[in-house]
Design a protein around this ligand. Sequence first.
Ligand SMILES: O=P(O)(O)OC[C@H]1O[C@](O)(CO)[C@@H](O)[C@@H]1O
Ligand SMILES: [Fe+2]
Length: 188
Amino acid sequence: MKPYTIDFDLLTGICKSGKVQPVQRRVSQMKMQFADPEAAQKAIDSGDPVLYEFSTLLNDEKKGTLAFGSTIIYPGKIGDEYYMTKGHFHTILDSAEVYYCLSGKGFMMMETPEGDVDLQEVHPGEALYVPGRWAHRSINHGTEPFVMLFVYPGDSGHDYGTIETKGYRKLVVERDGKPVMIDNPKWK
Ligand SMILES: O=P(O)(O)OC[C@H]1O[C@](O)(CO)[C@@H](O)[C@@H]1O
Ligand SMILES: [Fe+2]
């Protein structure tokens, strides 16, 4: 494999050269992850908005490689729950990941299989280190797109099943105009 460079706009996270194509996730792809599936269905019926998109350079997905890219979580809410990513553990559980916030602001919701929970707010110019073993989900509680660059080991893989079946232990919802972390009533 040869070295290469790639552009990411410092504000929008978009790769203007088109060297990497974004993947979009809409409400219909994660209806059951929201606390209020009826509000999710309403959003689906009125146009099924894009919640977030990401552009990943996967490279070889082999040990020793790095995957990297940019992610944009759009502002909005489903019921009183902010737009967020599906979230995942890495299949190789002890694989870490670094995020660097370019614009907007938001949270990273993290939890371990043992039940530790950590919520970190990230602002432009801040890097976040997600150690191995921590599932991670990005949440936009602001009014602008929440944009980050990320880098993770190329062979780490994505385990979505655990989060899909169990859910996250905690949710972030809006109360009196402010984000608050609450217990997930549907957590199994
Ligand atoms: O994989 P999810 O939970 O849909 O979230 C997407 C984000 O996570 C990543 O997989 C990185 O962890 C990126 O591709 C993207 O930023
Ligand atoms: Fe990840």
